[in-house]
Design a protein around this ligand. Sequence first.
Ligand SMILES: [Zn+2]
Length: 450
Amino acid sequence: MKISFAIIAALAIVVAFPVITFAQTSPRYDLLLKGGHVIDPANHIDDVRDVAVFQGKIAAVEKDIPADQAGKVVDVSKLYVTPGLIDIHYHIGHGGAPLDWFTPGARVHALPLGIPADMALQAGVTTIVDAGTAGADTFLQEKEEVIDRSRVRVLAFLNIVSNGMQGGLEQSLDEMDPKLCAATITRYRDIIVGVKTAHYWTALPWDAEHIPWAAVDRAIECATLANVPVMYDFWPRPDRTYEDLILKKMRPGDIHTHVFAQQFPIILPDGKINPALAEAHARGVIFDVGHGSGSFWFRNAVPAQKQGFIPDSISTDLHTGNFNVVSMTDVMSKFLAMGVPLDDIIRRSTVNPAAEIHRPELGTLSVGKEADIAVLDLMKGHFSYIDCGVARMDGNVKLEARMTVRAGRISYDPGGLSMVEWEKARPQYFNVLDKGEALPPARADDFPRD
Ligand SMILES: [Zn+2]
């Protein structure tokens, strides 16, 4: 009955108002990014295209979409338009960071570890994945306090340590419960994409409570139960070698983050790249950057890149220890400066990380997908970059985000690409706002319809 009534009602409207169409009364698109160079590796697009958005979704990616079909048109000529970037190694959350993996046993609750999730939008990032800041006992707090309130999309790797990274319990085997970890992943499968293991017993002698592979083995046990990948932060030792990790322990689809950290034998004494990397890659092991405050050394990255090894995904490992020197576009710029082509870098910052976390609907500008878009500026000039060993590399290119669109909304636009020149602003711009009145018309997160 309900269906037939709806059909009759719809027919009645069509018959009663035959000459009124939506095309004449309202724009076909909410937002049109016009004239940009689109790089969308998932759809093999690397050319000038217009990108239209309607109701939060990508509506069209075509040449010459007429400007009068959109409520808001933004000129992005001379800029690159890419899928919103995906940073699969980020840290959100609250509380004090123990930072005790450098000085085992010494708990230093000096710094909160997590940084604001929405800060990622400043670098064109529309999806971040928290890399195990929370575990089974602390995830709900992280979800309610940060994930549910963020504008940027937040997913997470769950720490195998129930207490997560922030309570000083990362070395306790009692905290590593694979069944509890898997049950938590199952419960929050819409958010949690994998398991994280990190910082486990990096220097002190082994004892009954601390055995070489305990954290890795328990993370794998949880991941097998929950059918998700593991992300590994790892410190090799004589009884726990790097080759054993990437050639034996890691499963196809598992992710080795911090690949260019100082502790990994990426480059052998003869200057050649460690053949174990290619062997591991061939068996499905995934390599991720995870730059951070201590995990990116040019002495590993540059010779590796020259010999053809580029990590599958680019990520920041942003936390309070490094947010002033690292952003997603900064890390991408380092690879650009090393000579990696831009389209390849975009691939490793969009479609690749989406695949690694089994979210193929992300990292693409496909029509119908959520409109997450980055507008990037490729600048030429004299720039220099730093690594975690207090060393510098000079370069002549730099990538910066000019605008970020998240779910169809302009969420970052510091240069006012989408805004009207102040002298041409609408009348209310020149009035003093009443208390409580929303700021018109050019808040970056609204579409000013001028
Ligand atoms: Zn991290």
